[in-house]
Design a protein around this ligand. Structure first.
Ligand code: DX5
Ligand code: ZN
Length: 218
């Protein structure tokens, strides 16, 4: 099965975003991962919809938008209008999950549901028939550059088994601490999309690092 790479621009300097996007634009990565944080759902604050819509003009890559925010319903339309191709929000917010899923689907863009490391995969079982992807967090959401939580591999195996057994068309995206070794554990467990931030940005060429990671898995 193909493995899609979704480089997380959170790993790059915000002063250099146009350059980051152009380096990714010429890479083999199909997706670009955007980490939206509200300083409340997670202890960090990043960017809003205008940042995404401005960068939307610079590339046709698939924008994989990861909302780590409360009040998703309030801001959802702004992230749709900004040009997101996939919007993933967290199960742990206190809102009507089905309403949010339906609203995103109306726009014919893909929808995902994400879970934090301490949330069991069974909690999102009932949504798996209506989403396009799940994000299994393999670090506590909030910051790039953390170490991969190996105890999440079992969760990936279990959700992958359930998805296959029920013939569901749901991608399994892994977010946090991905490198060659940890990515391999995830892909072997059934994941097919890998987010990678600091591992790519610490290498001298973002384009080459991204291509190497892509080629390693494909
Ligand atoms: C963490 C974010 C991740 C992060 C990944 O809250 O959701 O997407 O940027 O960065 P690395 O690959 O450095 O763990
Ligand atoms: Zn993310």
């Amino acid at each position: 099965m193909k493995t899609t790479i979704s480089p997380s621009i959170l790993g790059g300097s915000f002063s250099n975003m146009e350059r980051t996007i152009s380096e990714l634009d010429v890479s083999k990565a199909e997706y670009i991962h955007f980490d939206v944080m509200d300083g409340d759902f997670v202890p960090n604050l990043t960017f809003g919809p205008q940042f995404i819509s401005d960068l939307r003009l610079k590339t046709n890559k698939i924008f994989d938008v990861h909302l780590m925010i409360y009040r998703v319903s309030k801001y959802l339309d702004d992230y749709i209008k900004a040009g997101s191709d996939i919007i993933t929000f967290h199960y742990e917010i206190d809102e009507n999950i089905n309403d949010i899923i339906e609203r995103i689907k109306q726009e014919k863009i893909k929808v995902g549901i994400a879970i934090k490391p301490k949330t069991s995969w069974e909690k999102i079982k009932k949504y798996l028939h209506s989403v396009d992807q799940v994000i299994i967090m393999t670090v506590e959401p909030g910051f790039g550059g953390q170490s991969f939580l190996t105890d999440q591999v079992e969760k990936i195996k279990n959700i992958s088994h359930y998805i296959k057994k029920n013939n569901l068309n749901v991608d399994i995206e892994i977010d946090g601490g991905v490198n060659y070794e940890t990515g391999k554990l995830c892909v072997n467990a059934g994941a097919n999309i890998l987010v990678a931030g600091s591992f790519l940005f610490k290498q001298s060429s973002l384009t080459i690092a991204t291509n190497k990671l892509n080629d390693f898995f494909n």
